[in-house]
Design a binder for this molecule. Structure first.
Ligand SMILES: C=CC1=C(C)c2cc3[nH]c(cc4nc(cc5[nH]c(cc1n2)c(C)c5CCC(=O)O)C(CCC(=O)O)=C4C)c(C)c3C=C
Ligand SMILES: [Fe+2]
Length: 478
Protein backbone atom coordinates (compact mmCIF):
# COMPACT_ATOMS: atom_id res chain seq x y z
CA UNK A 1 0.00 0.00 0.00
CA UNK A 2 1.21 3.47 -0.74
CA UNK A 3 2.12 5.63 2.19
CA UNK A 4 1.52 8.73 0.13
CA UNK A 5 -2.06 9.54 0.95
CA UNK A 6 -3.58 12.98 0.56
CA UNK A 7 -2.83 13.57 4.21
CA UNK A 8 0.81 12.81 3.95
CA UNK A 9 1.23 15.00 0.96
CA UNK A 10 -0.56 17.71 2.88
CA UNK A 11 1.94 17.49 5.65
CA UNK A 12 5.13 16.01 4.49
CA UNK A 13 5.81 17.33 1.05
CA UNK A 14 7.37 20.57 0.10
CA UNK A 15 6.56 22.75 -2.88
CA UNK A 16 5.33 20.94 -5.93
CA UNK A 17 3.74 17.96 -4.14
CA UNK A 18 0.39 16.57 -5.22
CA UNK A 19 -2.56 18.92 -4.90
CA UNK A 20 -5.03 18.43 -2.13
CA UNK A 21 -8.71 19.10 -2.44
CA UNK A 22 -11.95 18.76 -0.62
CA UNK A 23 -13.56 22.16 -1.04
CA UNK A 24 -16.15 22.03 -3.77
CA UNK A 25 -17.08 25.70 -3.68
CA UNK A 26 -13.97 27.55 -4.76
CA UNK A 27 -14.36 29.96 -7.62
CA UNK A 28 -11.60 30.81 -10.06
CA UNK A 29 -10.54 33.81 -8.01
CA UNK A 30 -10.08 31.73 -4.90
CA UNK A 31 -8.22 29.07 -6.87
CA UNK A 32 -5.79 31.57 -8.28
CA UNK A 33 -5.02 33.24 -5.02
CA UNK A 34 -4.81 30.00 -3.09
CA UNK A 35 -1.83 28.71 -5.00
CA UNK A 36 0.84 30.67 -3.12
CA UNK A 37 -0.93 29.97 0.15
CA UNK A 38 -0.92 26.22 -0.50
CA UNK A 39 2.76 26.24 -1.22
CA UNK A 40 3.36 27.99 2.04
CA UNK A 41 1.19 25.55 3.99
CA UNK A 42 3.15 22.62 2.70
CA UNK A 43 6.22 24.06 4.32
CA UNK A 44 4.38 23.56 7.59
CA UNK A 45 6.94 22.72 10.20
CA UNK A 46 9.87 24.04 8.22
CA UNK A 47 11.97 26.88 9.58
CA UNK A 48 10.57 29.27 6.99
CA UNK A 49 7.19 29.33 8.72
CA UNK A 50 8.64 31.42 11.50
CA UNK A 51 9.81 34.07 9.12
CA UNK A 52 6.30 34.71 7.85
CA UNK A 53 4.55 38.00 8.55
CA UNK A 54 2.87 38.42 11.93
CA UNK A 55 -0.84 37.69 12.35
CA UNK A 56 -3.39 40.29 11.39
CA UNK A 57 -6.09 41.48 13.70
CA UNK A 58 -9.45 39.81 13.09
CA UNK A 59 -10.93 43.09 11.92
CA UNK A 60 -8.58 43.24 8.97
CA UNK A 61 -9.37 39.73 7.85
CA UNK A 62 -13.12 39.71 7.82
CA UNK A 63 -15.88 41.22 5.88
CA UNK A 64 -18.80 40.38 3.66
CA UNK A 65 -18.48 41.47 0.06
CA UNK A 66 -21.26 43.97 -0.42
CA UNK A 67 -24.12 42.71 -2.50
CA UNK A 68 -23.15 39.04 -2.28
CA UNK A 69 -25.34 38.32 0.72
CA UNK A 70 -23.12 35.32 1.52
CA UNK A 71 -20.34 35.58 4.04
CA UNK A 72 -17.01 34.52 2.61
CA UNK A 73 -15.89 31.24 4.07
CA UNK A 74 -13.16 31.76 6.65
CA UNK A 75 -10.85 29.79 4.47
CA UNK A 76 -11.43 31.77 1.31
CA UNK A 77 -10.92 35.02 3.07
CA UNK A 78 -7.69 33.91 4.66
CA UNK A 79 -6.41 32.55 1.37
CA UNK A 80 -7.20 35.84 -0.27
CA UNK A 81 -5.53 37.86 2.41
CA UNK A 82 -2.39 35.78 2.55
CA UNK A 83 -1.92 35.64 -1.20
CA UNK A 84 -2.42 39.34 -1.51
CA UNK A 85 -0.06 39.95 1.36
CA UNK A 86 2.61 37.76 -0.16
CA UNK A 87 2.31 38.70 -3.80
CA UNK A 88 0.68 42.10 -3.68
CA UNK A 89 -2.09 40.92 -6.00
CA UNK A 90 -4.99 43.23 -6.63
CA UNK A 91 -8.12 41.11 -6.70
CA UNK A 92 -11.60 41.81 -7.94
CA UNK A 93 -13.41 41.73 -4.61
CA UNK A 94 -15.21 45.03 -4.56
CA UNK A 95 -16.61 46.30 -1.28
CA UNK A 96 -16.22 44.83 2.21
CA UNK A 97 -13.34 45.47 4.54
CA UNK A 98 -10.80 43.66 2.45
CA UNK A 99 -12.01 45.12 -0.86
CA UNK A 100 -11.69 48.56 0.63
CA UNK A 101 -8.14 47.90 1.74
CA UNK A 102 -7.19 46.61 -1.70
CA UNK A 103 -8.73 49.63 -3.38
CA UNK A 104 -6.64 51.86 -1.14
CA UNK A 105 -3.58 49.93 -2.25
CA UNK A 106 -2.90 48.89 1.32
CA UNK A 107 -1.90 45.26 1.16
CA UNK A 108 -3.76 43.46 3.90
CA UNK A 109 -1.44 41.81 6.34
CA UNK A 110 -1.21 38.06 5.89
CA UNK A 111 -2.40 35.57 8.42
CA UNK A 112 0.33 33.38 9.88
CA UNK A 113 0.90 29.98 8.33
CA UNK A 114 -0.45 28.53 11.56
CA UNK A 115 -4.01 29.66 10.88
CA UNK A 116 -4.09 29.03 7.17
CA UNK A 117 -2.66 25.50 7.17
CA UNK A 118 -5.26 22.91 6.30
CA UNK A 119 -5.25 19.13 6.11
CA UNK A 120 -7.21 17.13 3.53
CA UNK A 121 -10.29 15.29 4.78
CA UNK A 122 -10.44 12.76 1.93
CA UNK A 123 -7.75 10.19 1.26
CA UNK A 124 -6.65 6.61 1.72
CA UNK A 125 -6.22 7.13 5.45
CA UNK A 126 -8.09 9.42 7.81
CA UNK A 127 -6.34 12.62 8.75
CA UNK A 128 -4.86 12.84 12.24
CA UNK A 129 -2.69 9.72 12.08
CA UNK A 130 0.39 10.75 10.14
CA UNK A 131 -0.47 14.44 10.43
CA UNK A 132 2.11 16.11 12.71
CA UNK A 133 0.56 16.26 16.18
CA UNK A 134 -1.12 19.59 16.74
CA UNK A 135 -0.80 21.90 19.74
CA UNK A 136 -4.31 21.17 21.05
CA UNK A 137 -6.20 17.89 21.16
CA UNK A 138 -9.51 16.53 22.38
CA UNK A 139 -10.21 12.83 22.65
CA UNK A 140 -13.83 11.91 23.11
CA UNK A 141 -15.88 8.73 23.34
CA UNK A 142 -19.63 8.52 22.79
CA UNK A 143 -22.09 5.72 23.50
CA UNK A 144 -25.16 5.23 21.34
CA UNK A 145 -28.33 6.03 23.30
CA UNK A 146 -30.91 3.30 23.75
CA UNK A 147 -32.99 2.96 20.60
CA UNK A 148 -30.18 4.16 18.35
CA UNK A 149 -28.90 1.42 16.06
CA UNK A 150 -27.10 1.00 12.78
CA UNK A 151 -29.32 3.40 10.80
CA UNK A 152 -28.99 6.23 13.32
CA UNK A 153 -25.26 5.59 13.64
CA UNK A 154 -24.89 5.80 9.85
CA UNK A 155 -26.77 9.10 9.74
CA UNK A 156 -24.59 10.45 12.55
CA UNK A 157 -21.36 9.44 10.83
CA UNK A 158 -22.64 11.13 7.67
CA UNK A 159 -23.36 14.36 9.58
CA UNK A 160 -20.08 14.18 11.50
CA UNK A 161 -18.09 13.60 8.32
CA UNK A 162 -19.74 16.51 6.58
CA UNK A 163 -19.07 18.78 9.56
CA UNK A 164 -15.46 17.58 9.82
CA UNK A 165 -14.82 18.12 6.10
CA UNK A 166 -16.17 21.64 6.28
CA UNK A 167 -14.37 22.63 9.47
CA UNK A 168 -11.07 21.18 8.24
CA UNK A 169 -11.47 23.48 5.23
CA UNK A 170 -12.06 26.46 7.55
CA UNK A 171 -15.79 26.62 6.96
CA UNK A 172 -18.66 26.50 9.43
CA UNK A 173 -19.87 22.95 10.11
CA UNK A 174 -23.28 22.89 8.47
CA UNK A 175 -23.72 25.86 6.25
CA UNK A 176 -23.33 28.18 9.20
CA UNK A 177 -26.93 28.82 10.29
CA UNK A 178 -26.57 27.04 13.60
CA UNK A 179 -22.84 27.54 14.04
CA UNK A 180 -21.62 28.67 17.41
CA UNK A 181 -19.16 31.14 15.84
CA UNK A 182 -16.33 30.05 18.14
CA UNK A 183 -13.85 29.71 15.26
CA UNK A 184 -15.13 32.56 13.11
CA UNK A 185 -11.93 34.62 13.15
CA UNK A 186 -9.55 31.75 12.58
CA UNK A 187 -8.33 29.66 9.66
CA UNK A 188 -8.40 25.85 9.68
CA UNK A 189 -5.26 25.81 11.85
CA UNK A 190 -4.38 22.24 10.80
CA UNK A 191 -7.63 20.91 12.24
CA UNK A 192 -8.07 17.17 11.91
CA UNK A 193 -11.03 15.08 13.04
CA UNK A 194 -10.55 11.30 13.19
CA UNK A 195 -13.36 8.82 13.86
CA UNK A 196 -13.20 5.29 15.29
CA UNK A 197 -15.40 2.43 16.52
CA UNK A 198 -15.07 0.59 19.83
CA UNK A 199 -15.85 -3.07 20.36
CA UNK A 200 -19.26 -2.33 21.94
CA UNK A 201 -20.37 -0.48 18.78
CA UNK A 202 -20.69 -3.79 16.94
CA UNK A 203 -22.97 -5.40 19.51
CA UNK A 204 -25.10 -2.27 19.94
CA UNK A 205 -25.71 -2.05 16.19
CA UNK A 206 -26.21 -5.77 15.54
CA UNK A 207 -23.04 -5.96 13.45
CA UNK A 208 -21.11 -8.58 15.43
CA UNK A 209 -20.15 -10.26 12.17
CA UNK A 210 -18.15 -7.18 11.23
CA UNK A 211 -16.23 -7.01 14.52
CA UNK A 212 -12.52 -6.99 13.66
CA UNK A 213 -10.48 -9.64 15.49
CA UNK A 214 -7.97 -6.86 16.19
CA UNK A 215 -10.54 -5.33 18.57
CA UNK A 216 -10.18 -8.22 21.04
CA UNK A 217 -10.07 -6.72 24.55
CA UNK A 218 -6.59 -5.69 25.65
CA UNK A 219 -5.13 -8.02 28.29
CA UNK A 220 -4.96 -6.88 31.90
CA UNK A 221 -1.55 -5.50 32.78
CA UNK A 222 -0.31 -5.75 36.36
CA UNK A 223 0.22 -2.00 36.72
CA UNK A 224 -3.23 -1.06 35.39
CA UNK A 225 -5.49 0.99 37.65
CA UNK A 226 -8.13 1.68 35.03
CA UNK A 227 -11.21 3.80 35.51
CA UNK A 228 -13.86 1.99 33.45
CA UNK A 229 -15.94 5.13 33.09
CA UNK A 230 -13.08 6.87 31.33
CA UNK A 231 -12.26 3.84 29.20
CA UNK A 232 -13.65 2.32 25.97
CA UNK A 233 -16.85 3.56 24.30
CA UNK A 234 -18.93 2.88 21.15
CA UNK A 235 -17.57 5.77 19.08
CA UNK A 236 -14.25 7.56 19.37
CA UNK A 237 -13.26 10.97 18.04
CA UNK A 238 -9.84 12.57 18.01
CA UNK A 239 -9.70 16.29 17.33
CA UNK A 240 -6.42 18.15 16.83
CA UNK A 241 -5.75 21.76 15.86
CA UNK A 242 -3.01 24.31 16.31
CA UNK A 243 -5.54 26.77 17.74
CA UNK A 244 -7.46 26.10 20.96
CA UNK A 245 -10.66 27.79 19.80
CA UNK A 246 -10.68 25.90 16.51
CA UNK A 247 -10.25 22.64 18.43
CA UNK A 248 -13.03 23.42 20.92
CA UNK A 249 -15.30 24.60 18.11
CA UNK A 250 -14.97 21.24 16.40
CA UNK A 251 -15.61 19.38 19.65
CA UNK A 252 -18.73 21.39 20.37
CA UNK A 253 -20.04 21.06 16.80
CA UNK A 254 -19.68 17.28 16.85
CA UNK A 255 -21.26 17.00 20.28
CA UNK A 256 -24.27 19.01 19.07
CA UNK A 257 -24.64 16.83 15.97
CA UNK A 258 -24.72 13.75 18.20
CA UNK A 259 -27.73 14.91 20.21
CA UNK A 260 -30.41 12.24 20.47
CA UNK A 261 -28.18 9.54 18.96
CA UNK A 262 -25.02 9.32 21.05
CA UNK A 263 -24.15 10.54 24.52
CA UNK A 264 -20.72 11.69 25.59
CA UNK A 265 -19.04 8.93 27.62
CA UNK A 266 -15.75 10.63 28.47
CA UNK A 267 -13.61 13.43 27.16
CA UNK A 268 -9.92 14.19 27.61
CA UNK A 269 -7.98 17.20 26.44
CA UNK A 270 -4.30 17.51 25.76
CA UNK A 271 -1.62 19.66 24.23
CA UNK A 272 1.73 19.69 22.54
CA UNK A 273 4.25 22.40 21.87
CA UNK A 274 2.87 25.18 19.66
CA UNK A 275 4.30 25.49 16.16
CA UNK A 276 6.90 28.23 16.07
CA UNK A 277 7.84 27.91 19.75
CA UNK A 278 11.30 26.56 18.96
CA UNK A 279 14.19 27.85 16.85
CA UNK A 280 13.47 25.12 14.30
CA UNK A 281 11.00 22.25 14.13
CA UNK A 282 12.00 19.82 16.86
CA UNK A 283 10.63 16.61 18.30
CA UNK A 284 8.19 17.48 21.07
CA UNK A 285 8.98 17.10 24.78
CA UNK A 286 6.66 15.43 27.26
CA UNK A 287 5.93 16.65 30.80
CA UNK A 288 8.91 14.70 32.18
CA UNK A 289 11.03 16.93 29.98
CA UNK A 290 12.13 14.16 27.63
CA UNK A 291 12.34 14.45 23.87
CA UNK A 292 9.55 12.03 22.96
CA UNK A 293 8.96 10.54 19.51
CA UNK A 294 12.53 10.35 18.15
CA UNK A 295 12.44 6.68 17.22
CA UNK A 296 8.92 6.61 15.84
CA UNK A 297 8.45 4.77 12.55
CA UNK A 298 8.86 7.25 9.68
CA UNK A 299 6.45 7.55 6.75
CA UNK A 300 9.48 7.04 4.52
CA UNK A 301 10.33 3.64 6.07
CA UNK A 302 9.68 0.71 3.72
CA UNK A 303 7.56 -1.04 6.32
CA UNK A 304 5.73 2.03 7.63
CA UNK A 305 2.37 1.30 5.96
CA UNK A 306 2.56 -2.38 6.86
CA UNK A 307 3.09 -1.50 10.52
CA UNK A 308 0.51 1.25 10.81
CA UNK A 309 -2.30 0.60 8.29
CA UNK A 310 -4.54 -2.30 7.37
CA UNK A 311 -3.63 -3.24 3.77
CA UNK A 312 -6.16 -2.93 0.95
CA UNK A 313 -6.42 -6.74 0.94
CA UNK A 314 -6.70 -6.87 4.75
CA UNK A 315 -9.52 -8.10 6.98
CA UNK A 316 -12.15 -6.98 7.61
CA UNK A 317 -12.39 -5.43 4.15
CA UNK A 318 -14.12 -2.29 5.46
CA UNK A 319 -10.94 -1.55 7.45
CA UNK A 320 -8.74 -1.24 4.32
CA UNK A 321 -6.53 1.80 4.79
CA UNK A 322 -7.58 1.98 8.43
CA UNK A 323 -5.62 1.61 11.64
CA UNK A 324 -6.16 0.52 15.24
CA UNK A 325 -5.51 3.04 17.96
CA UNK A 326 -4.75 2.29 21.59
CA UNK A 327 -5.37 5.19 23.93
CA UNK A 328 -4.07 5.21 27.51
CA UNK A 329 -4.35 8.00 30.06
CA UNK A 330 -0.98 7.70 31.76
CA UNK A 331 -0.52 9.92 34.77
CA UNK A 332 3.08 10.82 35.55
CA UNK A 333 4.29 10.88 39.15
CA UNK A 334 5.99 14.17 38.50
CA UNK A 335 6.88 15.03 42.11
CA UNK A 336 8.82 11.83 42.39
CA UNK A 337 10.34 12.15 38.89
CA UNK A 338 11.44 15.75 39.32
CA UNK A 339 13.37 14.84 42.50
CA UNK A 340 15.64 12.46 40.60
CA UNK A 341 19.06 13.59 39.48
CA UNK A 342 19.55 14.14 35.77
CA UNK A 343 21.80 11.09 35.43
CA UNK A 344 19.17 8.85 36.95
CA UNK A 345 16.41 10.26 34.75
CA UNK A 346 18.58 9.58 31.71
CA UNK A 347 19.35 6.04 32.86
CA UNK A 348 15.62 5.33 33.21
CA UNK A 349 14.99 6.22 29.56
CA UNK A 350 18.36 5.39 27.99
CA UNK A 351 18.60 8.74 26.25
CA UNK A 352 20.04 12.16 27.12
CA UNK A 353 17.50 14.64 28.36
CA UNK A 354 19.08 17.68 26.68
CA UNK A 355 18.82 16.50 23.08
CA UNK A 356 17.28 13.02 23.15
CA UNK A 357 20.47 11.31 21.90
CA UNK A 358 20.94 7.69 23.01
CA UNK A 359 23.32 7.23 25.95
CA UNK A 360 25.51 5.23 23.56
CA UNK A 361 26.33 8.44 21.67
CA UNK A 362 25.55 10.40 18.54
CA UNK A 363 22.56 12.66 18.10
CA UNK A 364 18.80 12.34 18.55
CA UNK A 365 18.34 10.20 15.45
CA UNK A 366 21.35 7.93 15.96
CA UNK A 367 20.15 4.38 16.61
CA UNK A 368 20.73 3.28 20.22
CA UNK A 369 23.50 0.66 20.43
CA UNK A 370 21.90 -1.89 22.71
CA UNK A 371 25.05 -4.08 22.72
CA UNK A 372 27.48 -1.40 23.86
CA UNK A 373 29.07 -1.89 27.28
CA UNK A 374 30.81 0.62 29.47
CA UNK A 375 34.22 0.32 31.19
CA UNK A 376 32.44 -1.41 34.06
CA UNK A 377 31.28 -4.12 31.66
CA UNK A 378 27.63 -3.18 32.10
CA UNK A 379 25.35 -2.24 29.18
CA UNK A 380 25.46 1.54 28.61
CA UNK A 381 21.71 1.45 28.03
CA UNK A 382 20.52 -0.36 31.16
CA UNK A 383 18.64 -3.66 31.00
CA UNK A 384 15.48 -1.93 32.25
CA UNK A 385 15.89 1.35 30.33
CA UNK A 386 12.62 2.30 28.63
CA UNK A 387 14.05 2.43 25.10
CA UNK A 388 15.63 -1.01 25.43
CA UNK A 389 12.50 -2.67 26.80
CA UNK A 390 10.23 -0.97 24.22
CA UNK A 391 12.47 -1.29 21.14
CA UNK A 392 11.20 -3.37 18.19
CA UNK A 393 14.53 -5.27 18.27
CA UNK A 394 13.70 -6.66 21.70
CA UNK A 395 10.03 -7.31 20.87
CA UNK A 396 10.14 -9.44 17.75
CA UNK A 397 9.77 -6.36 15.56
CA UNK A 398 6.60 -5.09 17.28
CA UNK A 399 6.21 -1.41 16.50
CA UNK A 400 3.63 1.35 16.61
CA UNK A 401 3.32 5.00 15.67
CA UNK A 402 3.14 7.04 18.88
CA UNK A 403 1.24 10.32 18.51
CA UNK A 404 0.38 11.46 22.04
CA UNK A 405 -0.86 14.64 23.68
CA UNK A 406 0.27 15.78 27.12
CA UNK A 407 -2.46 16.53 29.63
CA UNK A 408 -2.81 18.59 32.78
CA UNK A 409 -6.12 18.42 34.63
CA UNK A 410 -5.27 20.50 37.69
CA UNK A 411 -3.79 19.22 40.93
CA UNK A 412 -4.70 16.30 43.14
CA UNK A 413 -5.53 16.51 46.84
CA UNK A 414 -1.89 15.86 47.74
CA UNK A 415 -0.81 18.82 45.59
CA UNK A 416 0.71 16.67 42.86
CA UNK A 417 -0.14 17.62 39.28
CA UNK A 418 -2.82 15.47 37.68
CA UNK A 419 -0.75 15.44 34.52
CA UNK A 420 0.84 13.05 32.10
CA UNK A 421 0.45 11.62 28.66
CA UNK A 422 -2.61 10.80 26.60
CA UNK A 423 -0.68 8.01 24.94
CA UNK A 424 -1.96 7.15 21.46
CA UNK A 425 -0.41 4.27 19.56
CA UNK A 426 -1.40 3.54 15.96
CA UNK A 427 -0.83 0.15 14.37
CA UNK A 428 -2.22 -2.28 11.81
CA UNK A 429 -2.74 -4.86 14.55
CA UNK A 430 -2.44 -4.22 18.31
CA UNK A 431 -1.25 -7.82 18.78
CA UNK A 432 1.83 -6.91 16.73
CA UNK A 433 2.18 -3.45 18.25
CA UNK A 434 0.99 -2.19 21.62
CA UNK A 435 0.15 -5.50 23.35
CA UNK A 436 3.53 -7.29 23.27
CA UNK A 437 5.41 -4.07 24.04
CA UNK A 438 3.19 -3.12 26.96
CA UNK A 439 3.42 -6.70 28.31
CA UNK A 440 7.18 -6.30 28.38
CA UNK A 441 7.13 -2.78 29.82
CA UNK A 442 4.73 -3.99 32.50
CA UNK A 443 7.31 -6.53 33.66
CA UNK A 444 10.56 -4.61 33.59
CA UNK A 445 10.53 -0.95 32.58
CA UNK A 446 12.36 1.46 34.89
CA UNK A 447 9.97 4.21 33.77
CA UNK A 448 6.92 2.40 35.12
CA UNK A 449 7.84 3.43 38.71
CA UNK A 450 6.87 6.95 37.66
CA UNK A 451 3.65 6.14 35.76
CA UNK A 452 0.04 5.19 36.46
CA UNK A 453 -2.16 3.82 33.66
CA UNK A 454 -5.59 5.20 34.54
CA UNK A 455 -7.81 4.74 31.46
CA UNK A 456 -7.66 2.68 28.31
CA UNK A 457 -9.39 2.26 24.98
CA UNK A 458 -8.91 0.40 21.72
CA UNK A 459 -10.69 1.59 18.59
CA UNK A 460 -10.95 0.59 14.93
CA UNK A 461 -10.29 3.67 12.82
CA UNK A 462 -11.49 3.01 9.26
CA UNK A 463 -9.70 4.23 6.16
CA UNK A 464 -10.21 7.74 4.89
CA UNK A 465 -13.34 8.57 2.92
CA UNK A 466 -13.36 8.94 -0.86
CA UNK A 467 -15.05 12.08 -2.17
CA UNK A 468 -18.77 11.92 -1.52
CA UNK A 469 -18.32 9.21 1.11
CA UNK A 470 -18.58 9.48 4.86
CA UNK A 471 -16.19 7.87 7.34
CA UNK A 472 -17.32 4.32 8.11
CA UNK A 473 -19.69 4.09 5.13
CA UNK A 474 -18.10 0.85 3.97
CA UNK A 475 -18.94 -0.68 7.35
CA UNK A 476 -22.36 0.85 7.84
CA UNK A 477 -23.64 0.38 4.29
CA UNK A 478 -21.49 -2.56 3.22
C1 LIG B 1 3.34 0.20 25.06
C2 LIG B 1 4.02 1.13 24.53
C3 LIG B 1 4.56 2.34 25.19
C4 LIG B 1 4.09 3.04 26.28
C5 LIG B 1 2.85 2.79 27.08
C6 LIG B 1 4.99 4.13 26.48
C7 LIG B 1 4.88 5.11 27.46
C8 LIG B 1 5.72 6.19 27.62
N1 LIG B 1 6.89 6.47 26.94
C9 LIG B 1 7.44 7.62 27.39
C10 LIG B 1 8.62 8.24 26.96
C11 LIG B 1 9.44 7.78 25.92
N2 LIG B 1 9.23 6.68 25.15
C12 LIG B 1 10.26 6.54 24.25
C13 LIG B 1 10.41 5.55 23.32
C14 LIG B 1 9.49 4.53 23.09
N3 LIG B 1 8.36 4.24 23.80
C15 LIG B 1 7.70 3.17 23.24
C16 LIG B 1 6.54 2.57 23.67
C17 LIG B 1 5.77 2.99 24.76
N4 LIG B 1 5.97 4.05 25.56
C18 LIG B 1 8.46 2.79 22.10
C19 LIG B 1 8.09 1.66 21.16
C20 LIG B 1 9.56 3.61 22.01
C21 LIG B 1 10.66 3.57 20.96
C22 LIG B 1 11.75 2.67 21.40
C23 LIG B 1 12.84 2.60 20.36
O1 LIG B 1 12.61 2.01 19.31
O2 LIG B 1 13.91 3.16 20.59
C24 LIG B 1 11.18 7.62 24.47
C25 LIG B 1 12.51 7.82 23.73
C26 LIG B 1 12.39 8.67 22.51
C27 LIG B 1 11.55 8.09 21.43
O3 LIG B 1 11.99 7.23 20.66
O4 LIG B 1 10.41 8.48 21.35
C28 LIG B 1 10.67 8.39 25.50
C29 LIG B 1 11.26 9.64 26.06
C30 LIG B 1 6.59 8.10 28.40
C31 LIG B 1 6.82 9.38 29.17
C32 LIG B 1 5.53 7.23 28.53
C33 LIG B 1 4.37 7.29 29.42
C34 LIG B 1 3.89 8.35 29.97
FE1 LIG C 1 7.71 5.26 25.51
Amino acid sequence: MSTHSDHESANHTTDGGPERGGEPDRGPRATAVNAPRKRRERRRGSPSRDSLPPPTTPKEEHGTPSGSGTPLSRRRLLGTASAAGAGGLVLGAAGGAWGHAAAQNEPPAALTSLGSADVAFHGTHQAGIVTPAQAHGHLVAFDLVSGAGRRQAAALLRRWSDAARRMMAGEPPSGGERDTGIALDAGPSSLTVTFGFGRTFFTRTGMKKELPRQLAPLPDFSADALDKERSDGDLWVQIGADDALVAFHALRALQREAAGVARLRWQMSGFNRSPGATDRPRTVRNLMGQVDGSNNPKTTDDDFAERVFVPSSGEPSWMAGGSFVVQRRIRMLLDSWDERALGEQERVIGRRKSDGAPLTGGHEHTAPDLDKRGKDGLPVIAADAHVRVAAPETNGGAAMLRRPFSFHDGFRDDGAPDAGLLFLAWQADPLRGFVPVQRKLDRGDALSDFLRHEASGLFAVPGGPARGEYVGQRLLEG
